[in-house]
Ligand binder design. Structure first.
Ligand SMILES: [Zn+2]
Length: 359
């Protein structure tokens, strides 16, 4: 009887703690396109580094990201990820220790991946990157339809397919992509960014990631969105161009931007202690064998392999998760809603929320 009572008491305490610790009021979903788990967990891939086809300035890579061990190299490549998220948050997808994150859609390229992330549904019908309005309701749209978040949901992206992926027409979400200028009452910085965007040639994707980032930051400072999707693209672009130097620097820059945004959030009353970042990629890439790291898609082995990271006030500090496990990309949408206290439903068989990410 006593034991039974103890169990009961423990159960009630547990329930109360669960409710008391739901601190997340804002959530940022951040992606960097086609960034491999191999570099996330291993830093510079020395086999690729040795190949003159892919590397123009080996010394520059070595002096910036070179190290004796994988752990040191990844820390130099992704300092925010390994100095902050690995201490205060969680990182999944190190297949060398048996921790796996997979894309569930069968295509392993961008639109199907972003649809899976945002709608929680690996949709077999989405089999191209064509600019078609997405029929699936994303978690961004779902949240924007809740009175609490109406008009407080926005997306800033380098790639120009996002207005279609999040169906800005139907969802009413603010989307700024590619050549879109900052609108409304412009800050001085936005005026400059607009000017750069119109006059500066892009080398790789639809616009440089730094334009996306600084436009996003101005928007965030001005409007204090509660649900924000931020998507970088240069990791993928430079990989397709077989430029390993630039691919690494693009990843390093994305990491710095994410760290910069995290610091901003911790310095701002609207965000401090009540904001969660969920960070991941849309697909993997091939391995160094047969030079397939530059590419991805069904014909390239292993591109379903991705990684995922999370940091925020409701997330236990597990750091790099080194236990055997399996997560899927289609679990992100429901997890995002759960952080904000909602049960995401869009009429499709969406993936379950990831239990370990939230206390
Ligand atoms: Zn992609």
């Amino acid at each position: 009887m006593k034991a039974y009572f103890k169990v009961l008491l423990f159960f009630f305490l547990g329930v109360n703690l669960t409710f008391a610790q739901n601190k997340t009021e804002n959530i940022f979903i951040i992606t960097t396109d086609g960034f491999r788990w191999q570099e996330m967990f291993g830093g510079v891939d020395t086999t690729i580094l040795r190949d003159d086809k892919f590397v123009r300035n080996r010394d520059r890579i070595k002096s910036n990201f070179g190290a004796v061990t994988r752990e040191e190299s990844r820390q130099k490549l992704m300092p925010f990820m390994w100095n902050t998220v690995a201490k205060e948050g969680q990182i999944y997808g190190n297949r060398w220790v048996g921790n796996k994150v997979n894309v569930l859609n069968p295509y392993w390229f961008s639109y199907p991946g972003y649809n899976e992330i945002l709608s929680g549904y690996a949709d077999d019908k989405i089999n191209s990157n064509d600019k078609n309005y997405n029929e699936n309701i994303s978690v961004l749209e779902f949240l924007n339809n809740q009175p609490q978040f109406k008009g407080k949901v926005a997306a800033y992206t380098t790639w120009d397919a996002f207005p279609y992926i999040v169906n800005d027409k139907r969802s009413g979400i603010t989307v700024n992509s590619a050549k879109d200028l900052a609108k409304g009452n412009l800050t001085e910085k936005e005026e400059l960014l607009n000017e750069i965007l119109q006059n500066y040639p892009t080398l790789a994707s639809d616009r440089h990631d730094f334009i996306t980032y600084y436009l996003a930051k101005e928007y965030i400072k001005k409007n204090k969105p509660k649900v924000f999707f931020l998507s970088f693209d240069e990791t993928d672009e430079f990989a397709h161009e077989a430029k390993y130097d630039e691919y690494l620097f693009a990843a390093n820059t994305a990491d710095r931007f994410i760290g910069n945004l995290w610091s901003y959030c911790q310095s701002t009353p609207e965000y401090r202690g009540k904001t969660t970042f969920l960070i991941l990629t849309d697909h993997g890439r091939g391995d160094k064998i047969k030079s397939q790291w530059t590419s991805h898609g069904q014909k390239v082995a292993d591109c379903y392999q991705i990684w995922m990271a999370v940091i925020g006030p409701d997330t236990p500090a597990l750091g790099e998760v080194k236990t055997e496990g399996q997560l899927f990309q289609n679990q992100v949408a429901k997890t995002v809603a759960k952080f904000l206290g909602y049960e995401f439903d869009n009429g499709k068989p969406v993936g379950d929320a990831i239990k370990s990410m939230k206390k």
